[in-house]
Design a protein around this ligand. Structure first.
Ligand code: 5GP
Length: 145
């Protein structure tokens, strides 16, 4: 499938973006439809459609740059009392642009941003069961590497 999206065009300088940070690996710019003023996106320069395709070192870099941007937002003229990181991986998770990106969202009281959820209260046995399943996959992966 074609890995090129509007974000590839932004990286190539063929589409407009309001950039706040750039290095050899990563680009960060203003979201064109901010959910709060100052909403930023951090993207790897090498396109990866999903977390599964993303080089883990680059994933670490996205987070590091996100941390710096969170501090910059708090110190800038952007109204920012708190910050949310958000990353949608897959259509069901709300991903619309298939080039991995970390949202860095400045927060203020009553800004209207939120995640809708229905938290449950599972029994410990159910938590342990799923934890065991996930641990099993991790252990299998470790065994294969
Ligand atoms: P997703 O739903 O995939 O996590 O988020 C995609 C984000 O990319 C959205 O917040 C959307 O506003 C933003 N976006 C889509 N197209 C463009 C664009 O051309 N330029 C910029 N700066 N942001 C974009």
């Amino acid at each position: 499938m074609n890995p090129y999206t509007i974000f590839s065009e932004i990286i190539a300088g063929q589409a407009e973006a309001s950039t706040v940070y750039e290095d050899d690996d990563v680009l960060a710019f203003m979201d064109i439809r901010p959910v709060t003023p100052g909403h930023l996106l951090v993207i790897p320069k090498v396109p990866a459609r999903s977390l599964a395709e993303l080089d883990p070192a680059l994933g670490g870099k996205l987070f590091q740059v996100g941390q710096r941007l969170a501090a910059a937002l708090r110190a800038s003229e952007v109204n920012c009392d708190g910050v949310n990181f958000f990353l949608a991986d897959g259509v069901t998770a709300g991903q619309e642009v298939f080039h991995v990106h970390l949202h860095v969202i400045p927060r203020t009281p009553g800004d209207g941003f939120g995640l809708r959820a229905r938290p449950t209260s599972p029994r410990r046995a159910d938590l342990d069961y799923l934890a065991g399943s996930i641990r099993g996959v991790l252990e299998q992966e470790a065994g294969n590497s």
